[in-house]
Design a protein around this ligand. Sequence first.
Ligand code: BGC
Length: 461
Amino acid sequence: MIQVGLIFIFVYLMFIIYFNLTLPEIRWNWKKINLNNIIFPSKFIWGTATASHQVEGNCSNNWSEFEKGLKADGSPNIANHQISGIACDHWNLYSKDIDLIKELGVSFYRFSIEWSKIQPDQNTFDQKSLDHYSNLIDTLIEKNIQPVITLHHFTHPIWFDQLGAFEEEKNIEIFVKFCIKVFNEYSDRVTYWCTINEPAVVATQGYFSGMFPPGKQNPQLSAMVLKNLLLAHVDSYRALKKLDNGNKAKIGIVKNINQFDPWRRWHILDWVISRVVDHFFNGSTLNFLNTGNFNIRVPGLAWIKYKNKDAINSMDFFGLNYYSHNHLKIKLSLKEPFILKYKKNDTMTDMPYTIYAEGIYRAIKLVSKQNKPIIITENGIADKDDNKRSLFIERYLYAVYKAINDGYNVKGYFYWSLMDNFEWAFGYDMKFGLFSVNFNTQERKLRKGSRSFINIVKNEK
Ligand code: BGC
């Protein structure tokens, strides 16, 4: 009996030592780091980003439907019953907004094409909307700013939802047709393309937590949707590469890496749960893109084994979004298997995210295993008082700069976001903008904290 106990303790310790050594929670001594000397390579891609539904206004899609609804407990889907409505009226004000991008000194703008405006029903491509984005692209180019297009940023037409959206593998070809249409219209002028923005966020928020449309809570379906979104990326990548301009285009997927660390580094169950969540959210996608194998194995919750060799090498760059670092504490309840915890000394942003710049360095290291150039397609802070933005920018850009100096192939960085906008389930309460927006007058104003970004962008080698 004593022997069994000793073996158990030995194995337990081995696991804990192994995890602690292989997955350290890096913490740098910021007091010793000089943040005034951050210099990026001269051809570095500097940009800022938005997404159609969050800025354009008057969208009619899966999200605008969801905004009207309530959760099972009667509370509104969006904080305080807010709706996106006219948003930043970027649809009409885009030319002025491009002047704001110029003010930042960056030369790339990542935006998304609103599928529901281009294809109001399955059999119609709307010429006016196609012309609209064509004008936006021309205006950007006239002002020396390169457009970067995202084809799916959380939204799709209501008719696509009615067909079952990405719950059904057969619907992927409908999305691919839309991508082909858009690519044929603009690829003579647009080099950089992002297929799907954050598939794991769509799958987990839409089908696991229910915070995003369609508000379902079904882990197996969530895993299935994730698989289908990744397949939609692969199929659209393969289809676009075959078109005119396909060869010269640079097409990538955008993946949000969330860091999941155990709350107690000595507790095996905190380790197990943080590894399981990491496997679902990060590992399954990265493994699929690397090997063509998509495996989600969480007994009792979700189980999928799928293989598609086309996934290997299905990108010209890896779009990395980075926002959050979570500590997980096991709860031993099937309904709520863990809780998220934050350390006392961590600085919180207005979102439930901490300032942890080491996390973006870890994320870069992780995705560099894909052996593709990395572009940080989003990173930013919600900070309504604007008293942490500057520190955030300096620390995160230091981490990116350090990653480049340590040999990681990071080619670009897009700040999220150009201006305050509709922050999904949080509505207009979250202020991510380099420019603040007065939503009564549509006036934009550069935030003080954003100066750090402008200064670092200027500071090229
Ligand atoms: C999304 C953005 C969002 C940002 C801040 C990312 O997950 O791509 O649309 O506004 O996070 O939460």
